[in-house]
Write a new protein. Structure first.
Ligand code: CUA
Length: 345
């Protein structure tokens, strides 16, 4: 018992010490129709659970006090067996409660499973340990940070290229498994602009806990600018020697796996698309803020900072080389878009 509680405390303290993102993910945030249904169900179930708790513990307390030994009894108290009326009551009441909860659950499930007409479709593909996003209707692709317009329904089609993952932006919608060879669908309509925290919710390997993502919900006007910038994206010309060196190193070391739209050499799809990497708020699939402090160690030794990462270490790169590559990928940017500073959920 004591050992058990020590283990719990050690894990809690470790969690606090290692916690990169201190946001409190709230599955009950009623910011979408989906989560409002879940919250409504939880309230009903909690009310019934509280009623049952009060009745059962009340009856128990009453019985213990009323029929306690008072010190002057002789032998056993009068014995009796069965009470038809009581037994019918305590069978009928739980049955009615279960039927009510079943009805409410079915109602919520039906409401949440109704797919909206005219929604935008995004294909989400899970990889160890990052997410690929393809806006099929718009012909654009990005990774780890999904940009969506506010108040527009979206259908997410989910699959995986390796093992089972689960895509879960908790404050927006329930989790859905991403399974190789199968397409699962879910839908939601974000109602508030902001950056939503997301997490892979299916144990998928060494960096399952580090397979995070963001859903960035912006105004329609900002989303249109993103789409316009993304569709016509061309990697900008390297204007200074550092960028030129970064570009050259990128083409030698990174282009075999990554894609950058509008370049001849980088068009591979086995790693995150880095076309608008400069607009990302995070690096390493939602792990760290997108600054040189995190980006440079990531470029040099990705498996060293994220166990199981498929991106190899590049011990041959000097600090200066890594800095040049970081400068180059951060120059890949749609101008006039800034996703920092949005409210966080
Ligand atoms: Cu992917 Cu856990």
């Amino acid at each position: 018992m004591l050992r058990g509680s020590i283990v719990v405390w050690v894990f809690l303290l470790l969690g606090l010490a290692l916690g990169q993102d201190t946001r409190v993910v709230n599955i009950l945030d009623p910011s979408t129709a989906n989560n409002r249904e879940v919250t409504r169900l939880l309230i009903w179930v909690s009310v019934f659970a509280a009623l049952i708790f009060i009745v059962v513990t009340g009856a128990l307390t009453y019985t213990v006090i009323k029929f306690r030994r008072r010190g002057n009894e002789q032998g056993e108290p009068p014995q009796f067996h069965g009470n038809d009326r009581l037994e019918i009551i305590w069978t009928v009441i739980p049955t009615v409660i279960i039927v009510i909860i079943f009805g409410l659950t079915a109602q919520s499930m039906i409401a949440n499973s109704r797919f909206p007409a005219g929604a935008m479709t995004v294909k989400v593909t899970g990889y160890q340990f990052w997410w690929d996003y393809e806006y099929q209707d718009l012909g654009i692709r990005t990774s780890n940070e999904l940009i969506l317009p506010v108040n527009k329904p979206v259908i997410v089609e989910m699959t995986s290229k390796d093992v089972i993952h689960s895509w879960w932006p908790a404050s927006l919608v329930g989790k859905q498994d991403a399974i190789p060879g199968i397409t699962n669908r879910l839908h939601f309509t974000p109602e508030k602009e902001g950056t939503y925290y997301g997490q892979c919710a299916e144990l998928c390997g060494a960096s399952h806990s580090r397979m995070r993502f963001r859903v960035i919900v912006v105004s329609q006007e900002q989303f249109d600018r993103f789409v316009e910038g993304a569709k016509g994206f061309q990697a900008p010309a390297a204007t200074d020697p550092t960028l030129a060196k970064g570009q050259q190193l990128f083409n030698q070391q990174c282009a075999a796996c990554h894609a950058v739209q509008g370049t001849a050499s980088a068009n591979n799809r086995i790693a995150p698309d880095l076309s608008y990497f400069g607009n990302r708020t995070t690096v390493g699939a939602g792990l760290w803020e997108n600054t040189d402090t995190y980006l440079i160690p990531w470029i040099k030794n990705s498996p060293g900072v994220k166990p199981g990462s498929k991106m190899p270490a590049f011990p041959q790169l000097s600090d200066e080389d890594a800095r040049a590559i970081a400068a180059y990928v951060k120059s890949l940017k749609i101008e006039g878009l800034d996703f920092e500073g949005l409210p966080q959920f």
